[in-house]
Design a protein around this ligand. Structure first.
Ligand SMILES: [Zn+2]
Ligand SMILES: [Zn+2]
Length: 192
């Protein structure tokens, strides 16, 4: 089996699996699941629009993301008021704020977390040192279901019952040299 098919089946199975059945090996040959779930991974109909809880800030992404992620770190647990944050990483040229004026939130540190000034929804992050990318909070997109997380980070801090369909897991963050491989695998999964 080619690596791409292997990964796709593994990912499809996890997207469709009940939590107790999330162990991918059980689904290694689940071809039916693969076909049923393929549309979940396909990202078409671009550009996509999005907005905050009160809709005073509106967003647009013009291209598909280069990566989709869940982060289990305690900082993301606080900021998302949930078990983990969800995000989709876009090249900066693909991203536009089409309405409203987001303000800085979170720790006001090197990573710039932008929020709606009225409803305070956490909208997107401009990570320190990588100006070429914007990390958009997936649930701010009007079609969040299409952006299932491909990788998850900071599992060392995750809540013990928190599960995602991610097929790549990292105790903290992947090494910088891992990113080309991860982006390539994600692109191949979502490019059909
Ligand atoms: Zn708002
Ligand atoms: Zn985090």
């Amino acid at each position: 089996m080619e690596t791409r098919d292997y990964l796709r089946i593994r990912y499809s199975a996890r997207l469709g699996a009940a939590p107790e059945a999330a162990e991918w090996r059980e689904y290694r040959y689940a071809g039916a699941s693969h076909h049923k779930q393929e549309s979940v991974m396909r990202i078409e109909d671009l550009p996509r629009e999005g907005g905050c809880r009160c809709n005073r800030v509106r967003l647009r992404v013009a291209h598909a993301p280069v990566m989709t992620m869940a982060c289990h770190c305690t900082g993301c647990q606080k900021m998302s008021a949930s078990a983990f944050s969800l995000s989709a990483l876009f090249t900066a040229d693909a991203f536009t704020v089409t309405q409203g004026s987001p303000v800085i939130g979170g720790l006001h540190g090197a990573d710039r977390h932008y929020c709606c000034p009225h409803c305070m929804s956490w909208l997107f992050t401009r990570p320190h040192g990588i100006d070429g990318f914007v990390n958009v909070r997936t649930t701010m997109l009007d079609s969040a279901a299409d952006f299932a997380p491909f990788m998850e980070t900071w599992t060392c801090e995750k809540l013990p019952w928190a599960l995602t369909p991610a097929v790549e897991s990292f105790a903290q963050l992947p090494a910088p040299e891992d990113f080309p491989r991860l982006m390539q695998a994600y692109a191949e999964l979502t490019s059909h």
